[in-house]
Write a protein that binds this ligand. Structure first.
Ligand code: MRU
Length: 366
């Protein structure tokens, strides 16, 4: 998508490393950093310089390339796989990308691994872009149908966290359809949940929509239910860090509450999920999925910039009060209207997903 009018991805390989947009500097500064080692990749994911399930996966894949440049032995591959896997526990794209690269390297002699890892990283990045572009087109069809009922008014879309191009290599998942609609001349307006505690909505979603010229309004997380009651939201669409084979959706904390409010107000609630975000191994309850528990400082304080542009962290919680900071929640499949994948829109059921991805369902489970 465009930054200052120039097409830009969130991650790209160069001869001597991997360049990323440092998302901890946004929206106040646009900073590109170079990762030169697997340690740099581990740090970039862990500190959330890169974040969002698909981008975490792509960064991990390139991290394997950086690792084998230094040590292409079996031991080097295993150590890199373990270090990268330990960075963030919830997004399943991380494991998927690491397993994909590791499987590609395993049969090769060490001397052939550097080129193969680089090619695997490039492929994973390019596939992510293609999947998201397809998700955008399927979502656009949903938006067109919803807009036909709006009689000329912009379609009012609510989203949570950042599932835009910054969360992926390009296009985004939940926002891919927003960009496709805007580019096709379909009038849309996006309600952007700020998404405490890290404010990925206010800082990242609002920034990227603004860069692309998409009308949007930032709201506090608690405003969504009210706007839905007043008829000011036509549909909600969010991304996912991990969706089970039966359609339960793990996404940024607060997603579940939006799905409940949407159901109470008969508003469609869609989830955009590229297939690497689907955990086909989980066919039962989603409570086996690890939910990242993050540093309480994210809740007790807020990070921003002063009027002069200086970065600042200020305390909002009463000093000494204990805080809890679960990063994700589970939205049960029954609250999800549909899951938009690169192959089309599935019902949020085992059968619905299996219909689009028959090759992913174990024979015994059908
Ligand atoms: O903690 P984050 O910022 O990595 O969480 C991101 C989200 O929850 C996104 O909604 C999710 O990764 C889907 S991204 C396309």
């Amino acid at each position: 998508m465009n930054v200052h009018g120039k097409p830009t991805r969130t991650i790209w390989a160069v001869d001597d490393g991997v360049e990323i947009i440092d998302q901890t500097a946004l929206p106040h500064a646009f900073v590109v950093r170079k990762l030169r080692s697997v340690e740099d990749a581990v740090r970039a994911i862990g500190t959330m310089q890169v974040r969002g399930a698909p981008l975490i996966g792509a960064t991990a894949a390139y991290g394997m390339w950086l690792a084998v440049r230094a040590d292409p032995s079996n031991g080097g591959v295993t150590a890199a796989h373990e270090a990268l896997l330990a960075t963030r526990p919830t997004a399943v794209n991380l494991r998927w990308a690491l397993d994909t690269v590791a499987a590609r390297l395993a049969p090769l002699p060490p001397a052939a691994r550097v080129a193969a890892a680089r090619a695997a990283g490039d492929e994973i990045a390019d596939e992510d872009v293609a999947m998201n572009r397809a998700i955008g087109q399927h979502t656009l069809a949903l938006f067109r149908a919803a807009a036909a009922r709006r009689t000329g008014q912009p379609l009012q879309i609510l989203t949570h966290c950042n599932a835009g191009w910054l969360a992926t290599v390009d296009h985004g998942t939940a926002l891919a359809g927003v960009y496709a609609a805007h580019d096709a001349g379909l009038a849309v307006h996006v309600w952007v949940d700020e998404t405490r505690p890290r404010n990925q909505g206010a800082a990242l979603t609002a920034w990227e929509l603004g860069q692309h010229g998409v009308p949007h309004t930032v709201i506090v997380d608690n405003a969504g239910g009210h706007l839905m009651q007043r008829g000011r939201v036509d549909l909600a669409i969010v991304g996912t860090d991990r969706t089970t084979a039966s359609g339960d959706v793990v996404n940024k904390i607060g997603t579940y509450l939006k799905a409940l409010a949407a159901r109470d107000n008969a508003i469609p609630f869609y989830v955009a999920a590229p297939s690497p975000s689907i955990d086909w191994s989980i066919t039962g309850a989603a409570d086996v999925i690890p939910i990242e528990e993050r540093d309480g400082e994210e809740v007790a304080t807020v990070v921003g910039a002063t009027a002069s542009g200086e970065g600042a962290r200020v305390r909002v919680a009463a000093p000494g009060s204990p805080v809890a900071n679960p990063g994700f929640d589970v939205t049960p499949a029954r609250l999800v209207t549909g899951i938009v994948t690169e192959r089309g829109v599935a019902l949020a059921t085992r059968e619905g997903l299996a219909q689009l991805f028959p090759e992913r369902v174990p024979p015994t489970g059908r």
